[in-house]
Ligand binder design. Structure first.
Ligand code: ADP
Ligand code: ASP
Ligand code: MG
Length: 403
């Protein structure tokens, strides 16, 4: 008998009919002799709706209260699903974060799961019950309700799979697997049968929201194989696992994009040791993550231009910090929040020369200007104007033979 963790995302539990359908999927697994723990998201759109309600009360709504508010979405779907299972004759029970408890560490809205108690739930499973656990939420050691970041139900599922030593962790969602790029944006996107943790981690952290990146990271760390599949069809999904088992024939596996970036350029910065540290230290102290950095040395070698990218939400705060920074001198500052980051990802890039050149040539053919570049062993990202996003994804998809 295998122990399975099944995670159902927002769309999968987005209506009462869908919750009834999910209950049937779970019953089938149970009837095939498996022990089942189900992790659920809030109904699709619910978390955003709650977030917007908080914003209408205050732009600076208390983070503690926001955690209590946002956690309510997953509470609703947990009880509805459990009730639906009971109604079709399955012994089911939902547990909230503090009842288990799911212990987290870190700040409000951005905590991490560090442990959870397994004894009660294991006992219930061995008695033939189905346990329903709300995704996305936890409790701090002080007993405060916490949430673990947007899309966090994926991370709950992986943490539960690890701590309960599950045999399988299946992520049920509204697409039938991982595609070469977002199939809802580029219909010719191709489904990938299997993908390595490393590639999936790059794709997720570069914008493919089909799996949350911290969930992939945990799965990779503890070697927990994942399968992403559809709640609405029986088709086989995509398996995510250890790289060694995969045969690489393609240089590029997928194209990801994110539209939540912004770019800042400091023009005429004094070029001397310590300047970069003086610019970036106050940003990091304010929890602002800097992504790409480019420095151009001017011809007189006395001044330099420094361009860097950050999350769009952090733009105003970053500008304010730079303006108030007495330790840096520069002639001018410009910023642009209408930029997008397009990335190609592939473990096969390591052994294929010319990928960089082909990407740049392809974008040039479409007259797309590259504003910043960053690379790692298995990914290449560029910042471009936001309105070129679709054109760029399509072109890269075609030239790397992903259509
Ligand atoms: P859930 O609510 O089930 O967690 P999400 O909305 O978080 O689902 O993630 C699924 C969505 O991810 C899909 O509907 C799709 O639009 C998007 N997506 C982005 N990139 C990809 C990709 N490479 N492959 C599949 N889906 C992707
Ligand atoms: N409901 C949360 C969100 O929308 C968590 C999740 O769905 O994974 O971010
Ligand atoms: Mg998700």
């Amino acid at each position: 008998m295998a122990k399975k963790v099944l995670k159902f995302g927002g769309t999968s539990v987005g209506t009462i009919d869908r919750i009834l359908h999910v209950a049937k999927i779970i019953k089938k697994e149970l009837d095939s002799g498996h022990e089942v723990i189900a992790i659920v998201s809030a109904m699709s759109g619910k978390t955003n709706e709650l977030l917007n309600q908080s914003k209408t009360i205050s732009k600076d709504f208390s983070k503690r209260e926001l955690d209590v508010l946002l956690a309510s979405g997953e509470q609703v779907t947990s009880s509805l699903l459990s009730g639906a299972l009971i109604d079709i004759g399955v012994n089911s029970k939902s547990w909230l974060n503090w009842q288990i408890p799911i212990l987290t560490e870190g700040e409000n809205l951005n905590s991490r799961i560090i442990n959870m108690n397994i004894s009660k739930i294991n006992k219930f499973l061995s008695d033939g019950g189905v346990a329903i656990i709300p995704g996305f939420q936890g409790v701090s050691k002080n007993g405060e309700v916490t949430t673990i970041g947007r899309g966090g139900s994926d991370a709950t599922a992986v943490a539960v799979a690890k701590i309960f030593e599950a045999d399988k962790c299946e992520i049920y969602t509204d697409v039938d697997g991982i595609y070469s790029t977002d199939p809802n944006k580029i219909p010719v996107a191709k489904k990938i049968d299997k993908i390595s943790y490393e590639e999936m981690l790059e794709l997720s952290s570069l914008g493919a929201k089909v799996m949350q990146s911290s969930a992939v990271q945990t799965a990779m760390m503890y070697n927990i194989p994942l399968e992403v599949k559809s709640t609405f069809t029986d088709r086989q999904g995509t398996k995510i696992f250890d790289q060694e088992s995969i045969d690489y024939t393609k240089s590029v596996t997928g194209v990801a994009y994110s539209k939540d970036d912004a770019k800042i350029t400091l023009i005429g910065v004094q070029d001397k040791p310590g300047v970069a540290a003086n610019i970036f230290e106050p940003l990091s102290k304010n929890q602002i993550n800097v992504d790409m950095v480019i420095q151009n040395i001017s011809s007189d070698q006395k001044t330099t231009d420094i361009t860097f990218t950050i999350k769009r939400d952090d733009l105003l705060k970053t500008i304010e910090i730079l303006r108030n920074n007495k330790n840096i001198q520069y002639e001018n500052m410009s910023h642009n929040d209408k930029v997008a980051k397009i990335s190609i990802v592939g473990a096969g890039m390591v052994s294929t020369p010319g990928v960089t050149y082909r990407m740049f040539r392809g974008l040039a053919e479409e007259k797309i200007n590259i504003l910043a570049i960053s690379t790692s062993e298995i990914k290449l990202s560029v910042i471009i104007d936001e309105h070129d996003t679709l054109k760029a994804i399509k072109k890269l998809h075609t030239i790397f033979e992903l259509d």
